[in-house]
Structures are given as C-alpha cells and as structure tokens.
Design a binder for this molecule. Sequence first.
Ligand code: GUN
Length: 287
Amino acid sequence: MSAQILDGKAIAADLREHIKRRVDELRAAGQRPPGLIVVLVGDDAASQVYVRNKQKACEHVGFHSELLRLPAATSQDELLALIDDLNLREDVDGILVQLPLPRHIDEDAVTERILPTKDVDGFHPYNIGRLVLRRPILRPCTPKGVMTMLTQTGIDLVGKDAVIIGQSNIVGRPMFLELLMARCTVTVCHSKTRDLADKLRGADIIVAAVGVPRFVKAEWVKPGAIVIDVGINRLDDGSLCGDVDTAAVTAVASWITPVPGGVGPMTVATLLENTLLAAELHAASDD
Ligand code: GUN
C-alpha cells in the first residue's frame, strides 16, 4: 500500500477562498472586515516565521490585521495592559499572543486575560471548558484543522481507535477532546507512556505531536492507518521534517500528511476561520 497524501496546503487554500468570499459579502453589506491583532514578544526565530504567515493569510482574505512587535524585555504588566486595551477595541475581533513568551512572563496569566470572545487561539479556560462539554465556540486551531483534514478523507471516524503522541495544552489535549467529540476511542501517550509501540500498533488514527524528528517508525503503524504529523523540526542542514518517518510510513498508512504542507497551513487557515466566527458573533451581539 502507498498512502494517499492529505494535502493541507490545498485544503487550506479552499478554506481561505471560502473565507475570502464571506469577507467580500460582509463588505458588500457595509460591514467592517474581521480584525485580528497578532502580538509577538521578543525575537524567537520560528515565531517570526509563524506570525508572518498569519499576517499574509489575513491580507489574502481581506481581514484587517496588525502585527504588534514588542521587545523581549516587555514586562508582564505592560503586556496585560496592552491586552486590556485590545479587549476594549471594537474593531478587534481576535487577539493572538504568539507563544512561547519570554520566561519572565506567565503564559497562563496572558491567556486568561484575553476576552474569551476574542480568544481566536481557543486557549482560554472558558473555551477549553466549552470543548470539554461538547459545546465548543472558539476551538484551538491545530486540532480543529486536523479534524477538517480527517473529514476530507471521507472516512467515518465513529468508533475508530485514535492514538495521540503528546499531551501539550496547544495540541495533544484539545486533540483528545476533538477526537472524543467525533466519537473515537482516544489514547493520549506522553514521555512516561509504557510500550508506546504496542499502543500505536492498534491505532486506526495516529496524531504525532512530540517534536522529535522522524520519531514514528513504520513498524509501529497498523497497515491502513491514517497518520497525521503535527511536528515541524528543523534539521542541521536547514531542511524541515516532521515527527513521522514519512518515507517509510507512507508504504504502510492509508493517508498521511506531508511536512511541510500538511498541518501547518491548516493551522493558519483555521485561525482565519476562528477570526471570522468571532467577528460574526460580535456583529450578532451588537444587533
Ligand atoms: N505557538 C505555537 N503554536 C501556536 C499557536 O497555535 N498559537 C499561539 N498563540 N502560539 C503558538
């Protein structure tokens, strides 16, 4: 078997076109475009690339977007005061503070300061709680984007055994909630998990979010499994690779996401989707 490629770049492009049309409709009806503010504190190299991609995507679909770059020495109080201002601004539908933050800033305090209705990352405890209760509003972008990709396979997810590797707040945990909501039976593995290979061998769906280059080996993958690679690792030669040994696993899986061009573009497109949703909810609450 040779896996079909789950083309995140193409699915994201479709999603962006859909969002762009909706923005055009809003403008035609005399409404302002959705507004997203991205806040970058410091000069982390990977974060610079990510926020640039988010900016470009916003421009493409016609959102109003601003990138606020703050020095690494910005205090927590200064950042919280900025968020308070953005929370009050009527032209701002979404606020995204790029993570990681410098170590002197408490990420939880920052995440919780953003109004839940403007939390387009879906990281606020209110939005995570809604997802736990199966009544989500703004959902974390990477797991939601993965669900959009899984839907594109046309495979019925109900009752499937899914294994997630990684338990982060950004990916692993909300991914667990998404797959559970789709009625999969979900296992979350992490650095203390025993017999990881055994757990993976039973999986119909594998989501790898470990941050270790080519960690998932072909021998661990059940023939016909769907393999989603959330990893983006930069190798010494400057090239990118995921958390899955893609070349070998492609011979075993039914579907696989490439890196780059898989989950990454879907995360950005889903951020746009969330910002549009936030804008529509804000507009409805003004009516
Ligand atoms: N850093 C890595 N991924 C993300 C993300 O999805 N949102 C934010 N705000 N920071 C990140």
